[in-house]
Design a protein around this ligand. Structure first.
Ligand code: AMP
Length: 398
């Protein structure tokens, strides 16, 4: 069976067509500037790449164009749309309404649109728009929703609750939901495979370090805690997000900067993190270059990032009562060797014996062990594959 994975943004739509027998990506691409002048589809298939510069006033036209590309005479990989067994849609937030991946029914669509939009106002409406477009163009094809939050649904109450009035949690759903769940699920599963153990035997801390970063404690294959919170603003400082901050600072900053509370939240999401600390960039490649040239604030941003990540690893080792493996993944986790080294420095007391030599080896896209062979805690670099998880979950629902 072939599964189409769709990740819709407000003006974009990324896709992959995956063959579930081989788990190979047959075709992939993305539409940019949907609803904006200059729309573009970049599509890959059959080892070729093609650009379609065509007007895409809405997501329906975009998905029609994607289906055309999938059946194109040069880059096409299917003969007819009927070869697509199902479509898996990435959805950022589920709240407590969906605890697991779900096939779309009219009721599911209604809950998605009426209940979850306020939890991820930028992302969930876009996912629903993408979903509706696919339903219109492919009315007979099953649609599934796969949530970034699902993997975190196993967190116990003591981990996901904030210390607020319990009634406010019950009435308004204010609690930790986490994010990047598909990535944490994938890399923790791959770690178990690599180590030749069953997930039930392992205590793993997965570090998804990218422009958005989150760290998760995976005990026995299940998430027991994670660093992101009610929204992806929480946890370690990120590209432009502040990470954890005392809520009282929101009021204080609003007064000092003459901003509304909601403007302060936008500021904390868009102008802070390593970009705010360094004053240079949110991109770790720029920060590493800056630090090398002696820019102290670039060095400070990198230092803070490694320190905060390290603290989560220590906290989660304590929460799980042990640690067998640390996994690094995503843009920074997979590529920025100095961050991995700084995060692991000083973790010898936990049983980590880090190999600087292995850590410096080139990223060849495979699973890499960067701890010494006699390290009690294994440290792995594992390329993430969120699309494959979405495809697997979708196939499992059928
Ligand atoms: P992501 O959000 O997972 O795409 O990660 C983006 C972050 O990874 C940026 O801060 C990049 O600087 C960082 N990064 C470091 N090296 C690379 C690389 N070779 N390719 C892509 N991203 C990289």
């Amino acid at each position: 069976m072939k599964i189409l994975v769709v990740n819709a943004g407000s003006s974009s739509l990324k896709y992959q067509l995956i063959d579930m027998q081989t788990e190979k990506v047959l075709a992939k691409g993305g539409c940019e500037r949907i609803g904006i002048k200059g729309s573009l589809l970049k599509a890959k298939g059959n080892g070729l790449e093609k650009e379609y510069r065509q007007s895409m006033p809405n997501h329906k036209i975009a998905i029609e164009l994607v289906l055309d590309a999938l059946q194109d005479s040069e880059i096409g990989v299917i003969k007819s749309m009927d070869e697509i067994g199902a479509v898996g849609h990435r959805v950022v937030a589920s709240g407590e309404y969906f605890k697991k991946p779900t096939l779309v029914t009219p009721e599911v669509l209604q809950t998605l649109e009426e209940k979850t939009f306020e939890l991820a106002p930028l992302h969930n409406p876009a996912a629903a728009t993408g979903l509706r477009a696919c339903m219109e163009v492919m009315p007979k094809t099953p649609m599934a929703l796969v949530f970034d939050t699902s993997f975190h649904a196993t967190m116990p109450e003591k981990a996901y609750l904030y210390g607020i009035n319990y009634d406010d949690y019950k009435n308004y759903g204010v609690r930790k939901y986490g994010a990047h769940g598909t990535s944490h699920k994938f890399v923790s599963g791959e770690a178990a495979k690599y180590l030749g153990k069953s997930p039930e035997e392992l205590k793993i801390v997965t570090c998804h370090l990218g422009n958005g970063s989150s760290i998760t404690a995976v005990d026995g294959g299940k998430c027991v805690d994670t660093s992101m919170g009610f929204t992806p603003l929480a946890g370690v400082l990120m590209g432009t997000r502040s990470g954890d901050i005392d809520a009282s600072a929101v009021e204080f900053l609003a007064k000092k900067k003459g901003l509304s509370h909601s403007e302060v939240i936008t500021y904390l999401n868009k102008q802070c993190g390593v970009a705010g600390i360094s004053g240079v960039s949110s991109d770790f490649r720029d920060l590493c270059k800056g630090a090398k040239k002696g820019n102290e604030r670039c060095a400070l941003a990198l230092e803070m990032f490694a320190y905060q990540t390290k603290k989560y690893i220590g906290a989660y080792a304590a929460a799980m009562g042990g640690l067998d493996c640390i996994v690094f993944t995503a843009g920074i986790g997979e590529n920025t060797a100095t961050v991995r080294e700084d995060v692991c420095a000083g973790l010898e007391f936990l049983g980590v014996k880090f190999s600087s030599k292995a850590n410096k080896a080139k990223n060849d896209g495979s699973v890499r062990e960067i701890s010494k062979s006699n390290s009690k805690v294994k440290v792995l670099v594992i390329p993430t594959n969120e699309e494959l998880v979405i495809a697997r979950e979708t196939a499992a629902l059928l």
